[in-house]
Design a protein around this ligand. Structure first.
Ligand code: PGA
Length: 258
């Protein structure tokens, strides 16, 4: 296998989506914290819903596990009823924030432009964005996958400097693989990951492209993670369903190393 730069420590992130009460989230975070080996085999990040962030931050405090929010707004404060700023996420104990998840693009009007604003705002608040991109089934069947990815990168990362992009984690999540049990094959995922890295190299240089972590997401389970992470351009996973139970997530974290 080719050598990967040290900056590309595998990262396994659990996206809990709209699941878990505060009590349930606290219990799951405790089980993950207590079950993880120290030092952890991979970098591990949990993304509970907003309501549970502060409680989970307390559980994770002093552990190597990091905390992510699932979304953010781009303004710092103001009359934006229902929104949460990056500064508020830092205050709640987050180090990471997921931006542009396909469910937000699909159901909540997220666009490449809003993704772009959110990335800039998150970075200036000191958060590390996990930026999601990916094609729909219709786009894949119409052979528009690479065009779609290219558009999401060009518009989503527009105006960012190489220094800013270097601080991102990106996640390739084909929409047809999310929550469907239909994982991309390692070859399909690797093909797009290599394409993303090439695009990043064209726009931001070889140093950034070589050091940025690219996660795969979409029906990742303990049964398929080894194959996926065995691909040279896959640096970890963004996991939905299999992150909701401590045993499967701990298994993923243990297997999610090179
Ligand atoms: P899934 O979700 O693992 O349940 O497919 C992945 C995601 O949406 O990040």
């Amino acid at each position: 296998m080719m050598n990967t730069p040290e900056s590309r420590v595998p990262l396994i992130a659990g996206n809990w989506k709209m699941h878990k009460t505060i009590a349930e989230a606290t219990a799951l975070a405790q089980a993950v914290r207590d079950g993880i080996s120290n030092p952890p085999p991979a970098e591990v990040v949990l993304a509970p819903p907003f309501t549970a962030l502060a409680a989970v931050a307390q559980v994770l405090s002093g552990s190597p596990i990091q905390l992510a929010a699932q979304n953010t707004f781009w303004e710092r404060h103001g009359a934006y009823t229902g929104e949460i700023s990056p500064q508020m996420l830092v205050d709640a104990g987050c180090q990471y924030v997921i931006i542009g998840h396909s469910e937000r693009r699909q159901y909540f009007g997220e666009t490449n432009d809003t993704v772009n604003r959110k990335i800039t705002a998150a970075l200036s608040a000191g958060l590390k964005p996990i930026v999601c991109i990916g094609e729909t089934l219709k786009e894949r069947e119409a052979r528009e996958t690479l065009g779609r990815i290219s558009n999401q990168i060009q518009e989503g990362l527009a105006g960012l400097t190489a220094g800013q992009v270097e601080r991102l984690v990106m996640a390739y999540e084909p929409v047809w693989a999310i929550g469907t049990g239909r994982t991309a094959t390692p070859q399909q995922a690797q093909e797009v990951h290599a394409f993303i890295r090439q695009l990043l190299q064209d726009h931001f240089g070889a140093q950034v492209a070589g050091s940025l972590r690219l996660l795969y997401g979409g029906s990742v389970t303990p049964d398929n993670i080894r194959e996926l992470i065995g691909e040279p351009d896959i640096d970890g996973a963004l996991v939905g369903g299999a992150s909701l139970k401590a045993d499967s997530f701990l298994c993923l974290a243990a297997l999610g190393q090179r």
